[in-house]
Design a binder for this molecule. Sequence first.
Ligand code: NAD
Length: 464
Amino acid sequence: MTRIISSTSPQKPSDVVLESPATSAAQVAEAVVRARVAQKSWGENAIARAAALRGCAEGMRAHSAEMAALITREVGKASAEAKGEVARAIAILDYNAQAALDPIGTVIPPTTPGYLIAVRQAYGVAGLITPWNFPIAIPTWKAAPALAVGNAVVMKPSGMAIGVAKFMEEIFAEHLPKDIFQVLIGGAECGQAVIEFSDVISFTGSSEVGSQIVAQAAKLGKPVQAEMGGQNPAIVLADADLALTAAHLSNASMAFAGQKCTATSRIIVVGDDARYKEVCEALVAGVEKMVPNDPATDGVLVGPVISESAREDVVNAAKGAIARGGKVLYGASPLDRDGWFYTPTLICDLDANDPLNQEETFGPIAGVIRAKTVGDAITSANAVRFGLTGSVHGRDLEATLRVAQNMQTGMVKINAPTAGLDFHAPVGGTKDSSYGEREQGKEGLAFYSFIRTVTIGSGTRAFE
Ligand code: NAD
């Protein structure tokens, strides 16, 4: 029997956004065959690709209000952030439309008369597997470079964001040749088939699923990149501007109910008792302003978490932390209303090795950790299996730079929130947070093509 994938609104679970039959493995295979046929001419004409991607950007611009409203409805992202995400997707499309016309190779001095050239070439069909939390930005930052360099794309979105993915496909279909960008709705079986039949694989999601996908792709000998979970630290140095830092950290940890891979999950405070107390008070003052409510309402920053089981995870993380001696600085209380809401929660007095401070809980909960010295803070920050991003807050530039250089993360921010990425800069982490080439920017483009070395003899004398 065909499985039905159903996406519902997290703020109003009775609101069904979209239901769709799951794509079988055989249907994925057929979609990849169609994509392969369409890719032949698509891969040959960079001018046409640039124009088509500019069209996709225009299409997204024309539908930006509808797309943002759908993001809010389907994944519970606050309106302002949903609008920002759509604007970012448009910027990514504009960037990659231009990048389709970038030089594609280098000329190397030949050893015999003629030419020696290294040329970038598309793999064929890119298989994308995407999460629900940035339902338009992440699919776009994968699809746009894959398309720009000449691949066709098959994309399996998260079952919790199929409405946005289908709308994206509809917008793109007006500007791209048939079968060049296909959205395949399904669960793990569909994702597995995407890996099996595509030529190059890009995944974003949890570390658990990502590590399996990397192993599977490697076994099949396919290039793969995976962007996965985080447990992102923010180190607050003793001289950090309290008001600015608290504003950055409450937003970075709780906006979108903490469901950003770049959200701050650990706040590590350097200083004596008095400093620790004043930082905790400032954090509480910042977080208590972030009252959860309907994300479609103006000014609301925190909506629900994505699902009932996601809320269970947050409830259990808070209960466990409290049972192990954690002190609730703020929150840890259920909300009696429709939808998967949970109060933003800060828990202190646990050490860096506590499970709350080790594993990713994808929700509005963060640990506050004490560090006597800057060295202790760096040790705590690095004492996790993740390494996506981190931040350091302080007035002394040299001290902040030293800390930043010692954080084992792929991205680091000084006096800025961990959450938030630039559309044209490389994105990625270390350790269990990432595998393979960076996404976005020139690195993102490079991932979707391989280098072919071409030797051209002069044609006038024997090749030596
Ligand atoms: P998830 O791992 O549950 O799912 C991601 C995708 O993989 C979905 O499309 C899902 O259907 C698919 N999938 C699940 N099992 C599969 C399998 N066995 N084979 C093939 N495909 C399979 O993640 P999620 O809940 O959608 O997203 C949240 C996670 O994503 C968090 O851990 C977050 O940190 C991470 N994330 C990371 C980044 C980054 O850039 N590092 C960005 C956003 C989200």
